[in-house]
Write a protein that binds this ligand. Structure first.
Ligand SMILES: C[S@@+](CC[C@H](N)C(=O)[O-])C[C@H]1O[C@@H](n2cnc3c(N)ncnc32)[C@H](O)[C@@H]1O
Length: 494
């Protein structure tokens, strides 16, 4: 069947109003992503990009995957014609039609853009030797290519065919036989294949190739950071901060180097928000409250280095209630700084056994600098985040910013309780309430970034009605062991 015949077939089916069988299935606006393709989608990205090659105007793949948004593009040489056809017939497709041919996909998507590329009818590839590497090239690291092809049947022009030989699956043309992985995909690609089951003799001769592109830890982190794109536009518009691809590369690189065994630390998306605020405010003195293993400390130090703040005398003061990591009593608080950013140790001042309530005194004693940016990631049970904020406002300039971590801790705990059937002991709303009730200027990102936010210090915040409403909310103080330590201190029993 030529391309013209294939497109003509679709036009006839749709014009004839055929709504039965497979066409009827494809007309349903939503369906589960077919299991054979769903299992090829790895990672937990909120958006999954799929390219369906020459599937006609209506993809059959399915567009539902729990907890994710599935975005399908359908590559067709006659996309515009097919689009007009769908619109004339009042039909919607699950995917977007894009005009192009498999050999030249890199002209449409110069950068790797897909988590899955599916070609169910490789016999329609005009030139497999050009199109299969091109389809592989537009896969993101960790992405998969699924190609179904008939055994020992010529595919494309000049004629290529697949054979099983002593060295596994190979590609043959003009008497030449080359291992498939080597012929098409180069180093690192993991090529597997399986016979595609079918009822009749012809179907039994079909094989599906699955090719997985390798992904390094940094690649995976970089992909996770794409979720930050929803926050990049409001950051630029509302706060004049431009976050570029190289900034995200820096963050991915930092987390790729992060040692294992850290506890309660910020995630790459959280770090992107902190970095954006460092870029916006260009602080000289950052105060961090809540250090644990020290991942955020090392991140602030390396960000300051990257942003050229060291030349302006940048310092990080970090304080923590405990001397050891709350989840690992043998680990000293802040150990990651030495492991990752030891060269910046002279810019780092760590104090333990103190809290936000001590900061005023510590500044007076010259042990901590007056901060122009604060990161609060300490006790999360209400009312402690609120009390910490009030204490910090007393030592900060009124227009200075305080960054809050774990604003959507409760929602994350709820998600884990459903997914993992557990009841996390960090199911707390303290930071969320403090942010929501905050009477001053504030900003938070979109998606995963809703977990970090920025509030502006407010002079005399305790006099505001919002504060009274906030502090009237029920306390969560008995919910964590650290809150019990704090409570005992406040009550003078420790
Ligand atoms: C979530 S961890 C901090 C993680 C760290 N910011 C990171 O991203 O790597 C919270 C830390 O806050 C400390 N903490 C708890 N209550 C505190 C308080 N009231 N003041 C200071 N630190 C506190 C705990 O000991 C723990 O080390």
């Amino acid at each position: 069947m030529t391309t013209d015949e294939r497109i003509g077939w679709w036009i006839n089916q749709i014009r004839a109003g055929n709504r039965d069988g497979e066409i009827g299935e494809r007309l349903k606006p939503a369906a589960d992503l077919q299991p054979e393709f769903a299992r090829l989608v790895i990672g937990d990205w909120p958006v999954v990009d799929i390219l369906d090659i020459q599937c006609g105007p209506l993809t059959s793949l399915g567009n539902r995957l729990p907890g994710r948004k599935v975005r399908i593009r359908q590559l067709e040489p006659e996309a515009e014609r097919l689009e007009r056809l769908l619109s004339d017939c009042g039909i919607g497709s699950r995917g977007d039609l894009v005009a192009g041919s498999p050999e030249t996909v890199q002209e449409i998507w110069p950068a790797p853009s897909f988590d899955l590329v599916v070609c169910r009818q490789a016999k329609w590839l005009a030139d497999p030797a050009a199109s299969l590497p091109a389809l592989y090239a537009i896969l993101r690291p960790g992405g998969a290519l699924s190609v179904t092809v008939s055994f020992e049947t010529a595919i494309g022009r000049p004629a290529w065919s697949l054979r099983i030989g002593a060295g596994g699956l190979s590609l043959c043309s003009d008497g030449e036989e080359r291992p498939l992985g080597e012929a098409f995909f180069g180093d690192g690609a993991v090529v597997s294949w399986r016979a595609t089951s079918g009822g009749d003799a012809a179907a039994a001769a079909w094989v599906t190739l699955e090719v997985r592109k390798p992904a390094s830890r940094k690649d995976t982190l970089r992909r996770q950071l794409e979720d930050f794109s929803g926050t990049v536009a409001p950051l630029r518009t509302l706060h004049g901060v431009a976050i570029e691809g190289e900034d995200l590369d820096f963050i991915a690189d930092f987390f790729a180097r992060k040692p294992d065994g850290t506890a309660g630390s910020i995630l790459p998306n959280d770090a992107a928000f902190l970095y954006a605020w460092m870029k916006k405010t260009r602080p000289k003195c950052v105060l961090e409250i809540g250090v644990s293993s020290g991942v955020s400390s090392a991140f602030f130090l390396e960000s300051a280095e990257r942003l050229g703040l060291l030349e302006h005398g940048f310092r990080l003061d970090s304080i923590d209630l405990l001397e050891h990591v709350y989840a690992a009593p043998d680990d000293k608080v802040g150990w990651v700084v030495e492991a990752m950013a030891g060269r910046l140790a002279s810019r780092f001042n760590l104090l333990t056994g103190v809290t936000a309530f001590d900061v005023d005194r510590l500044i007076g004693e010259g042990k901590v600098h007056r901060p122009d940016l604060v990161f609060l990631d300490a006790e999360h049970a209400h009312p402690f985040p609120a009390l910490d904020l009030a204490a910090l406002c007393k030592v900060m300039e009124p227009d200075a910013w305080i960054l809050l971590h774990d604003i959507c801790l409760f929602e994350r705990a709820l998600r884990d309780s459903y997914r993992l059937k557990i009841r996390p002991d960090w199911m707390l709303r303290g930071v969320e309430w403090a942010f929501e009730f905050w009477p001053g200027e504030k900003f938070r990102g979109a998606g995963e970034h809703a977990n970090v936010g920025a509030v502006r210090a407010v002079a005399n915040v305790e006099a505001t009605p919002a504060w009274r409403a906030l502090t009237a909310l029920p306390g969560e103080r008995s919910l964590t062991p650290e809150a019990a330590v704090l409570l005992a201190r406040l009550e003078g029993t420790a």
